[in-house]
Design a protein around this ligand. Structure first.
Ligand SMILES: C[S@@+](CC[C@H](N)C(=O)[O-])C[C@H]1O[C@@H](n2cnc3c(N)ncnc32)[C@H](O)[C@@H]1O
Length: 277
């Protein structure tokens, strides 16, 4: 039997680590997150052969630990996502956004999946818009998908998902946009190039000074990301993101989130969808 070493976390170590999480990712960890910190960083202690969280903290902030900083951030992010998660947002793209683009005679649309995790959200947006705008009407679709976590971005760029993950995708879209694995890849589904080409993945930390983005978007999805921030960080990030929306553009958040009193110039429509005035 393999015995997995358990580490104990002192109050001082917890406070140092959560301060560093806040400073590097903007993520606020409440007093109840001790177990989360232990479970997420224990893996890094084992990988680096360290004995205490204090040693790990000292290593991460040392000049030698610079390359560990990204692992530190990757370890603490929560990356839960799904294809067609909160499906009413994609119904809205199909029933309201797509017809509006046709009415306005748009030739190209841009969408930002901000906090994209392993890519399911960005590929869902691309599938729906390709299916309803590109294929029948030749309207080009570009999706920018960003996250702070380099490991989820690698998975997203790979674009390979298993049977359970692709279950929410309508069969017609699964056939159209995925290649089904055979033999040793059986049970795996690979995003076809026709869809992959529409999505650009890039690392962006919402709390960094500059976002390397010089275009505006027609729709921004920022779902299930701001729940990890305190009110001050939420306000700053949301106002910056909404600055990247075109007038009349849509801002979409997660079901447990609200923009109430956070952002100027966005009007609530319905179902956690807002519109820029
Ligand atoms: C729960 S996932 C949400 C994924 C997707 N938007 C959805 O709703 O299914 C939250 C994502 O936000 C990312 N995130 C957290 N803090 C961030 C930051 N400061 N900058 C950019 N992304 C961040 C995490 O890495 C994670 O992948």
């Amino acid at each position: 039997m393999i015995e997995i070493k358990k580490f104990t976390l002192t109050e001082e170590e917890f406070n140092k680590l959560r301060r560093l999480v806040f400073d590097s990712a903007g993520i606020s960890l409440s007093d109840t997150k001790r177990e989360l910190v232990i479970s997420r960083f224990s893996r890094r202690l084992r990988a680096l052969n360290l004995s205490t969280f204090g040693e790990y903290y000292n290593f991460v902030i040392s000049p030698d630990g610079q390359s560990e900083m990204q692992n530190f951030v990757n370890s603490i992010t929560t990356n839960k996502t799904d294809f067609f998660r909160e499906p009413h947002h994609f119904d809205y793209l199909r029933d309201h956004f797509a017809p509006e683009c046709l009415k306005l005679g748009r030739r190209e649309v841009r969408v930002w999946s901000a906090g994209c995790s392993t890519g399911e959200e960005a590929y869902t947006i691309a599938m729906v818009l390709h299916h309803y705008l590109t294929e029948p009407h030749g309207i080009r679709v570009k999706v920018l998908a960003t996250d702070i976590d380099t490991s989820v971005l690698d998975t997203a760029r790979n674009g390979i998902y298993d049977e359970r993950q692709v279950r929410p995708i309508p069969p017609e879209m699964l056939r159209r946009y995925f290649l089904r694995g055979k033999d040793e890849s059986s049970g795996l589904y690979k995003i076809k190039d026709i869809l992959k080409e529409l999505v650009t993945f890039r690392q962006i930390n919402f709390i960094s000074e500059n976002y390397p983005i010089s275009v505006l978007f027609d729709v921004i999805f920022c779902r299930n990301v701001i729940i990890y921030f305190n009110n001050d960080t939420k306000r700053r990030v949301l106002n910056r993101l909404s600055g990247y929306l075109t007038r009349g553009g849509y801002f979409v958040i997660g079901h447990s989130e609200t923009l109430f009193d956070m952002v100027d110039g966005l009007t609530y429509l319905k179902n956690t969808i807002y519109r820029k005035d």
